[in-house]
Design a protein around this ligand. Structure first.
Ligand code: G3P
Ligand code: CA
Length: 296
């Protein structure tokens, strides 16, 4: 799913700066020359897609417009989002199955029997404050729709849309397919730029989406290490295997590549771990802190 807009992301900043500090050049000009030289060396050796998890969710409230704006500014290759559906059918970008952790829903709608995203209309969801829980500076940030996300990223960065695993939904793959088709030219242009992919923890949802949109790369998320049998089965229809970084090693990366798929690992927030998984040869790093990889 390599983006052609920003090909082969470099883990230069993490690696080059410590080397430069150790070398201690005599002048600023010499330092800049050394930075350029080291960065160029690193550029040929290290490459990875930077995927902003729920937007740049380390610096702004997850899945809001502010988090996506930060990811674009930080030059992330992809923004990862979570697709759910409101009571009246709007596709919304929200991670948790309920609204409680990251909004003021309990104060605004006290006594509701359920606080699931799918129990609220789009109009109700739009009244919620999805920013104050993160920091007072983000008070008033709103829940946004998948359509809003696409308007924000279209032509600027890639989109990795996760079909929510919240178990009570029916038909989310078809709804996401319809949403993507409703935006004239988006799918064709995003695919031409290598800037669109979909992922899911649910095999059935991933397969259903792949049937509807065979051209869009599809990934299967996995918290556990996929078995050999699972990998072989996946290679028959999936384009990506996206495991938790803790279960990822060089043998897994090599086997996924041998089977013709990409591998994107989540959720990697420590610079040392970013360097280790990059060394394994993964194709993408899903992170709350894309700026640690892009140095923007
Ligand atoms: O993209 C990987 C990651 O998003 C999967 O976990 O729970 O953050 O959606 P989660
Ligand atoms: Ca996700």
């Amino acid at each position: 799913m390599r983006s052609s807009r920003s090909p082969r992301r470099l883990v230069a900043s993490l690696i080059a700066v410590p080397l430069l500090l150790a070398a201690a050049p005599a002048t600023a000009t010499a330092a800049r020359a050394q930075i350029a030289a080291v960065s160029s060396t690193v550029a040929s050796e290290f490459a990875v897609d930077v995927i902003a998890h729920r937007g740049s969710s380390g610096v702004a409230p997850e899945n809001t417009s502010a988090a996506i704006k930060a990811a674009v500014q930080q030059d992330a290759d992809f923004v990862e989002i979570d697709v759910q559906r409101s009571k009246d059918g709007r596709l919304v970008n929200f991670h948790d199955c309920t609204l409680v952790r990251t909004t003021d829903v309990e104060e605004r709608f006290p006594g509701r029997p359920s606080y699931r995203v799918s129990d609220f209309t789009w109009a109700e969801l739009r009244t919620l404050d999805a920013g104050s829980w993160f920091h007072p500076d983000f008070a008033g940030e709103r829940i946004i729709s998948v359509g809003d996300v696409i308007k924000q990223v279209d032509g600027k960065t890639g989109l990795l849309a996760e079909i929510s695993p919240c178990g009570h939904y029916e038909g989310l793959p078809a709804d996401l397919d319809a949403e993507l088709r409703s935006i004239p030219g988006y799918v064709d242009e995003a695919l031409a730029a290598g800037e669109l992919a979909v992922q899911s923890f649910e095999v059935d949802d991933a397969k259903a989406f792949k049937t509807l949109q065979p051209r869009i790369p599809i990934g299967l998320l996995d918290a556990d290490r996929p078995t050999e049998a699972e990998l072989v089965e996946l290679s028959g229809w999936a384009d990506q295997v996206n495991p938790q970084w803790t279960v990822t090693d060089s043998a897994l990366v090599a086997r996924v590549h041998q089977l013709g798929m990409d591998i994107n690992v989540w959720t990697v927030n420590e610079p040392g771990t970013m360097r280790r998984v990059d060394d394994l040869g993964v194709d993408g790093i899903i992170t709350d802190f894309p700026q640690s990889l892009t140095n923007r």
